[in-house]
Write a protein that binds this ligand. Sequence first.
Ligand code: CS2
Ligand code: MN
Length: 349
Amino acid sequence: MKLSFRWYGEEDPVKIEYIRQIPTMHSIVTAVYDVPVGEKWPVESIQKLKKTVEDNGLHFEVIESVPVHEDIKLGLPTREKYIENYKENIRNLGAAGVKVICYNFMPVFDWTRTQLDKVNEDGSTALVYYRDQLEKMDPLTGELSLPGWDSSYTKEGLAEIFEKYSKITDEDLWTNLGYFLGEIIPVAESAGVKMAIHPDDPPYPIFGLPRIITNEANLDRFLKLYDSEYNGLTFCTGSLGSGNFNDIPKMVGKFASMGRIHFMHIRNVKLLEDGSSFEETAHHSSYGSMDIVKIISALQSNGFDGYIRPDHGRMIWGETGRPGYGLFDRALGASYIAGIWEAVEKTTK
Ligand code: CS2
Ligand code: MN
């Protein structure tokens, strides 16, 4: 297992010098952030990022994310140009030593929460998703501001994209994803880069938009769309785990044994009784609905040797900055993961 940590580049309030001080840290997960979605990343930007990471004693092997242009998800004729750019990005990243590229296929919105600063009893704050709050939100009024999505949409732009998606069914999205994989996976194979789709978060439709990377049956279907080791998964325990229909340790074991998990995002969520609300918690199993020891045991007993990063943390010790992506709680999560990994390894051999 290779322990890794997400870093948002020079703009990130978390310093890369601090990330390297987390025990057993192996690699930085990052991206080129100043290029619009769908365009080519300049080779100089990739090289600069690689140098910064390597100068700090860390590996530059995982990219999160190379975002997929909406025209590809919508299956529009203009997708061809964006797919060609995507292939070029895969080739250039592979040439720079990148081994895994994380991406997602969620229409319009990436991860969605209804509140970014819910105060816990201990004074820390966390990201939460409450169904009743979501039902009151209307993205088309233009007042919505969500952390994980492209804030460059204007009110009109958003209305337009919703109109385009109103004609897209789940089956259309599957077809468009299959087409995309058919184009990019052969390129990934020859570039030596494993593609790893991130599941939808939360794993059910929101605002009437289709979502398909949500559960075990759909992950099976996804892997069969293009049967190659290079067509794999970013297994995010928090995203898949916020659907009460997903048995996370079982799914981790199954997909790891198939050699199709290339990247793990480990975090905990506490599922609330209504079945479609949840709170992000500290990583420790006792705080949420995920059993992190079972998850790590399932990885080890099925031969997982990919990258793991702690996913979203709470804000603790007065830290401010990008919600979910502070240094402190994610560093605690990284140490917790590394500790369990060592314990399971030493007690099962
Ligand atoms: C999020 C996402 O849960 C997560 O990991 O931070 O933004 C994630 O990076 C993307 O969905 C991956 O494409
Ligand atoms: Mn994730």
